[in-house]
Ligand binder design. Structure first.
Ligand code: GLP
Length: 243
């Protein structure tokens, strides 16, 4: 069964992730962190950055792989996941940017980029600790409902709901939100040695209940966490309200 921790605040949840990640970095200085975008992991990154600073933890060998990227969006665009990961993770933690990878959403090479990304993760020895958020429809990474639970990294179409949810990052204009993405597959995500999923607020309550207590189904991609031997869901009381 997936372990569930109900935290009082996002900061408390973030500290639980940070303790776990810091311990990992101290025991394995070149560990591989799986990184996610979205608002849910931000408190966790802040807590880890504070811990790295306060305890003088050396992170220069830490490697990272992001979950996903928009397709056809310039990596230099402020809302690209490359820019977002640099702003929210690489800079505050002081990671070596050359060691942090984001899937390549360039349309010219996207057909091959997924397989190459999975190979790069494998060559790095696999992800040690993957942080995850969850979409209101239960998606992880950008694996929308209906995604194969065995999928590898590949191009996907974004649902209307996800584009509506993410329009807030694009001046509230859905027309500016890309229609496609490249995302680690659910099969890729399940290969990580440990998973921590963070979710906050009543808007996530339904998806969290399906994830933890529903049947394992591609209609709620996050329910695949039930297949993982070391997955923890850290949520606040509002997100736990349907459990
Ligand atoms: C996007 C990302 C997901 C993220 C989700 C939820 O769709 N691709 O990785 O989990 O948003 O975002 P938030 O945490 O802001 O609710």
């Amino acid at each position: 069964m997936t372990e569930v921790i109900i935290a009082k605040t996002e900061d408390e949840a973030g500290r639980i992730y940070a303790d776990c990640a810091a311990r990992l970095i101290q025991t394995k200085p070149d560990c591989v962190l799986g990184l996610a975008t979205g608002s849910s992991p931000l408190a966790a990154y802040r807590a880890l950055a504070a811990k790295v600073q306060d305890e003088g933890i050396d992170v220069l060998q830490v490697r990272g792989f992001a979950l996903d990227e928009y397709a056809g969006l310039d990596p230099a665009h402020p809302q690209s996941y490359r820019s977002t990961i640099e702003r929210t993770v690489v800079e505050p933690l002081g990671l070596d940017p050359a060691k942090v990878h984001v899937p390549n959403g360039d349309l010219k090479t996207i057909a091959e980029a997924g397989r190459q990304y999975d190979e790069a993760i494998k060559a790095a020895g696999g992800v040690d600790l993957q942080i995850l958020g969850i979409g209101t429809d239960g998606h992880i990474g950008f694996n929308e409902p209906g995604s194969s639970l065995a999928s590898g990294t590949r191009i996907k179409t974004l649902t209307e709901q996800t584009r509506i949810d993410n329009a807030r990052f694009f001046d509230g204009d859905i027309n500016q939100v890309p229609t496609h993405c490249i995302t680690q597959g659910i099969g890729t995500i399940l290969k990580a040695r440990q998973l921590i999923l963070l979710a906050f607020g009543a808007g996530k309550a339904e998806a969290v209940a399906e994830t933890v207590e529903g049947g394992i189904s591609s209609f709620c991609p996050a329910s695949a966490l039930q297949l993982h031997p070391h997955a923890t869901v850290i949520i606040d009381e509002a997100a736990a309200s349907r459990l």
